[in-house]
Design a binder for this molecule. Structure first.
Ligand code: GLC
Length: 487
């Protein structure tokens, strides 16, 4: 009897389980619950700051072709396209120049750590098609050319500094002989407009290669936290271009916790409005990816409730160029970080190392300056949420809701000459202090609709001084204080 009863229980349980499994299958990408997604995204949302690394064959060319600068502005990781070189000509020139020093990634990881980055995303393959790992499905890779697995060296170095790890992987490929570049008018290719050099191509073959190489990335390097796909066009995207949903599902099957961006697609539901680098939309259906990727632009009004990451360069190129000297100031870099955090997003700040892996003094100085600021003021960035204010004339704000109550951070860019800072809110303040000068006297009073803070007459930090306010209850923000209308 006992056997029969447990047999029936088992059969019923199995039937229920099968039902559940097929329901999950039908739901496909959307099967993840909101809670599970929040849990998966948690570290990324708390991190707020990561380092991007563009490094590959182009780094050795350094923006120079046939002894001439290709330009002083713009992404020199695109040099093959700019000079319209076929892959053999490009490789002939670039491969001998690409000489990664032993331990090349240790400096990046240390720099990232020093600056307060929580994660680091490296180009495993850029558009030129050269893979930095030891790939069994390619001969255009570091394994074949240098006898090294540069991704292994990179992941070891990043983990040693406690950083989360991401791979940027280009789905565009200017090397592969089956990549059918004629299928898209919008995606650039050095041979665009020219016939395929060796007759017919079969894009399906390229896709087999792309999927196999992506599988190597998520199989051979331990836990990978981010896959940063790049990129698609309105006329070539998603399933038709990359078998995107299969690709994402296969990656997720190997790395259930991984976070992926939205660049396998280029449609409005996926968070894209147009082809411009500022062409992001203000919403995303997460079946297309976990986060929106504004490039070189900070969304003016933020993206309430959305996961987004603004990627930006230190000068104007992603890959190293010896000719680009348009370095952003420390003030711009730090205020960008603050601005993005105040809008609820992440900042992915790029370095373009040279062919040996070393970085320019400007790069070191910039990351050092951010690190110094973060050491004092990092608590106003990490684990915070977006500003509750529609607009603050003198700076930005972030907020943290903890068990002890609400903490409001005010990052003051323009220090008031009379030391009087007007905050458009009413709030019960328990304590107020400056992170950069904890002993400085800060007093507060609620005057009519607004709170008034009396600060020291000079700013302890000229770039952004942070006022920390511990509140007894949620602030009542004056929502009528809006940004001035754009001219
Ligand atoms: C673009 C560029 C590329 C760069 C990337 C970073 O897609 O093609 O060179 O890697 O943006 O966001």
């Amino acid at each position: 009897m006992r056997t029969t009863a447990s047999f029936i229980r088992l059969t019923v349980a199995l039937a229920l389980l099968c039902g559940a499994t097929s329901a999950m299958k039908t739901l496909g990408q959307t099967a993840e619950s909101k809670e599970a997604r929040n849990e998966r995204m948690r570290w990324w949302r708390e991190a707020r700051f990561g380092m991007f690394v563009h490094w590959g064959l182009y780094s050795g060319l350094a923006g120079t072709w046939n002894d001439k600068p290709v330009g002083t502005k713009g992404g020199m990781e695109w040099i093959q396209f700019y000079v319209k070189a076929d892959t053999d000509t490009y490789a002939q020139k670039a491969v001998p120049l690409f000489k990664p020093a032993p331990g090349f990634a240790k400096e990046w990881a240390k720099l990232a750590k020093m600056a307060g980055c929580k994660y680091i995303v490296l180009t495993s393959k850029h558009h030129d098609g050269f893979a930095l790992h030891n790939s069994t499905v390619s001969e255009f890779d570091a394994g074949s050319v240098l006898g090294r697995d540069l991704l292994k060296e990179f992941t070891d170095a990043a983990r040693a500094e406690g950083l989360r790890i991401g791979f940027y992987h280009s789905v565009i490929d200017w090397h592969h002989d089956q990549y059918e570049y004629a299928l898209s008018k919008q995606l650039c290719h050095p041979l665009q407009g020219k016939p395929y050099p060796n007759g017919k191509r079969d894009h399906a073959d390229y896709l087999k290669f792309l999927h196999a190489q992506a599988d190597e990335l998520v199989s051979n390097y331990g836990p990978i936290d981010i896959l940063w796909w790049d990129y698609s066009s309105q006329d070539f995207e998603g399933d038709a271009a990359w078998r995107a949903f299969d690709l994402m599902a296969a990656v997720r099957a190997k790395q259930p916790g991984i976070i992926m961006n939205n660049r396998l697609f280029r449609n409005e539901a996926a968070g894209w409005k147009s082809m411009g680098t500022d062409g992001f939309a203000l919403s995303i259906d997460n079946k297309y990816g976990d986060f929106i990727t504004p490039e070189q632009h900070i969304p003016a009004t933020g993206m309430p409730g959305l996961d987004f990451e603004v990627c930006m360069t230190l000068n104007t190129t992603w890959g190293y160029s010896a000719h680009d000297h348009a370095w952003k100031s420390d003030e711009t870099l730090i205020r960008n970080l603050v601005d993005i955090a105040s809008k609820g997003g992440n900042y992915l700040l790029n370095i373009g190392p040279k062919a040996d892996g070393s970085v320019t003094p400007e790069t070191v100085n910039a990351f050092r300056a951010i690190g110094e600021w973060m050491k004092v003021n990092g608590e106003s960035i990490y684990e915070t949420t977006a500003s509750p204010f529609p607009y603050l004339a003198w700076g930005r704000s972030t907020m943290r809701k903890g068990e002890q109550g609400i903490t409001l951070y005010l990052q003051v860019f323009d220090w008031p000459a009379d030391g009087i800072l007007k905050v458009p809110m009413q709030a019960e303040i328990a304590a107020a202090r400056l992170l950069a000068a904890p002993d400085a006297n800060v007093t507060f009073e609620t005057a009519s609709a607004h709170t008034v803070l009396r600060l020291p007459s000079t700013a302890p930090d000229k770039i952004a001084t942070v006022v920390r306010l511990d509140l007894k209850s949620a602030p009542e923000v004056d929502m009528s204080v809006k940004p001035p209308a754009a001219k």
